[in-house]
Design a protein around this ligand. Structure first.
Ligand SMILES: [Cu+2]
Length: 118
């Protein structure tokens, strides 16, 4: 009986270690531009299935995500980012979601300053 309990404990430890090794990280290049974008993306992705942690680096515009492999995958995560209204690597943002963003979050696809604007 003792042996059985012992092997069960060993199994449990092995299982836990295995579950942890299933955590992967990914960096997704987004079109985020301000603090509001950071909040939009982090809030939304936090509640995505399989996501452990989310952090957007505003300087590089890279959304760093730790996720559980098997519960979600990079394609799903990129898709989710586009549904919030931002480009994700080579995936274009969802136009409707982009429309709903606050004005400060719209980059106007590289707006060109008009002459004599000041
Ligand atoms: Cu913004």
């Amino acid at each position: 009986m003792k042996k059985l309990i012992l092997s069960l404990i060993v199994l449990a430890i092995a299982f836990t270690a295995n579950a942890q090794s299933n955590v992967k990280t990914i960096g997704i290049k987004t079109s985020a531009i301000c603090e509001m974008c950071k909040e939009n993306l982090e809030k939304d992705l936090t509640f995505e299935k399989g996501v452990k942690s989310v952090n957007l680096d505003l300087e590089t515009k890279v959304l760093n995500i730790a996720y559980i492999d098997g519960k979600t995958n990079p394609d799903l995560l990129r898709k989710r980012v586009t549904m919030v209204g931002y480009n994700a690597d080579s995936l274009p943002r969802d136009p409707k979601a982009y429309e709903k963003l606050d004005p400060c979050c719209k980059d106007g696809a590289h707006p060109t300053p008009k002459k004599g604007d000041n």
